[in-house]
Design a protein around this ligand. Structure first.
Ligand code: F6R
Length: 248
């Protein structure tokens, strides 16, 4: 794993967007796996700036969202369809025809998971997967304990994840209780992975990853078995409370 340590979130976004921009320049029909949430938002903003400044044509790329809440319509402001539309497609003036996002309003969620997995295979799999990490080590919405062989599936979100995402919805009770997520084995099939981590609340998860262990209790640690991972991490995400206490 390549580890790039940066001072703060802004530098993380700069670094990550530069990596993405170079990949997109090299491969105009890249299949890009996209995470949502707070961590990659600045990266997408900076990527958009770079793409517009260079007049790079991204009309041939495909994006594959990692997850979607169950029960939210696509035009709901907190749906992940809406997130990727407003962070990438709208500012780049691209039609979202090639944006794959699980359909959270499907009346047959199992069938939707199977369909999504097939859709990923149909576009040839993910070339470059952007990932964030949850405080509890989740990737996508694969919560602790998810089998590493999992494919796209429906998950019950943990209390800690709903609490963490309450900041987007105003109140925890507004956060959906379920989501569809790409599974861990699907993530592991991506040809390369760009993992972003910022903020001290991610330090326990980053520590578990960097310990080199592979443990289902910390889903992110599965990435220790992936041949091509780049981690861009802020300094504060490298220091757990225990580490800072021991430093005093
Ligand atoms: C979102 C996703 C999640 C987030 C994680 C961290 O598509 O897959 O795994 O990356 O919950 O969220 P933030 O970045 O908001 O701290």
């Amino acid at each position: 794993m390549d580890v790039i340590t940066v001072n703060d979130k802004q530098e993380m976004s700069e670094k990550a967007s530069a990596i993405l921009f170079n990949e997109l320049k090299r491969n105009p029909d890249l299949v890009l796996g996209v995470a949502t949430g707070g961590t990659p938002a600045g990266t997408y903003n900076k990527l958009v700036e770079k793409v517009l400044a260079a007049n790079l044509d991204l009309s041939e790329i495909t994006t594959v969202n990692l997850d979607e809440y169950v029960g939210l319509a696509r035009d709901h402001e907190e749906s992940y369809w809406h997130y990727i539309y407003t962070h990438l497609y709208e500012p780049l003036n691209l039609s979202p025809d090639r944006a794959l996002v699980p359909y959270g309003l499907s009346d047959d969620l199992q069938a939707e998971c199977t369909k999504y997995e097939e859709a990923i295979q149909k576009v040839g799999g993910v070339d470059l997967q952007i990932l964030g990490v949850g405080r509890n080590g989740h990737i996508g919405f694969n919560e602790p304990g998810t089998p590493f062989k999992s494919k796209t599936h429906v998950v019950e979100l943990t209390d800690s994840t709903r609490q963490a995402n309450a900041r987007f919805f105003g109140h925890k009770e507004e956060v959906p209780t379920q989501a569809i997520t790409v599974g861990i084995s699907t993530i592991m099939e991506s040809r390369s992975i760009l993992l972003l981590a910022s903020g001290k609340e991610k330090a326990e998860a980053v520590k578990a990853l960097l310990s080199g262990a592979v443990d289902q209790k910390w889903p992110v640690t599965v990435l220790n078995q992936h041949p091509s991972v780049t981690l861009v991490v802020t300094k504060d995400a490298l220091e757990t409370e225990e580490d800072s206490y021991n430093d005093q």
